[in-house]
Ligand binder design. Sequence first.
Ligand code: HEM
Length: 260
Amino acid sequence: MSWLTQTLTSSIGKKVLMSLTGLFLCLFLVVHLIGNLQLFKDDGGYAFNTYAVTMTTFTPVKIISYLNYFFILFHAFWGIYLEVRNRKARNVKYNLIRNQSTWSSRNMALLGTILLVYIVVHMGDFWYKFHNEPLPYVQYTEMLSTGEVFSQVMPAGYTQDVKQVEFVNSDEGTRTVIVKDLYQTVSVAFQNFLLSFFYLLGMVAVGFHLYHGFQSAFQTLGINHPKYSPFIKAVGIWVFAFIIPAAFAAMPLYFYFKQF
Ligand code: HEM
């Protein structure tokens, strides 16, 4: 058996796969958050809509996206498999460890399953609609000299072959961008109380999952150092379990309350 096969089929190797895919998903979450923060810009969705098109049409990003889908599925189902296997093998020793564990660490599989359901609903909501449904289009006119942007919803039924077209009107010093209005889809979706509430629950699950998950991934990879481990633990708790879920949660809250 090669070194790689041996490592990956060993007990720790199986956990290493969870750690590596988990850390990749943490990285995705940071990028996704930075992109989505554009929803808060007061520009009629210009920055967010053009960002969404870049993320879904630029080939290198598309390749990373497919890798991301694969890692999500792998991380979820591999995690369920390991949990089932561990439960079968559990003995008295486990009960001793249990006393030192946190609620998050004992419920990683449950939290992960909630997150899988969340991601399926979430992608059905936005990702599927963006890629497959005839969403309305919006036209932006940007004044190149000042950066000022004017938006105008395209007439109902307007469609074009691609998600975005843009051209510079050199005579007037303006740029016109006609783009699928994903911003509108997101803002209308979050006006629904139940959907927004579901998102908030999803973010609570993200927080608890990463409270244990982030630091645990480093431990599994053997990165356990008196100098660095407290820092990793603090990043796991403050950034991944608190700030990131809170920033995501602010999006449904913002659009829900904006409608009144
Ligand atoms: C609550 C705030 C969130 C908003 C407003 C939001 C918005 C969106 C939108 C508009 C899309 C489709 C466009 C695109 O692919 O970029 C998308 C895709 C996606 N979202 Fe979110 N998202 C949120 C939170 C999350 C969280 C917390 C997760 C993970 C736990 C997540 C996972 C995903 C995934 C996996 C995709 C597909 C990405 C791809 O195609 O590469 N989202 N999100």
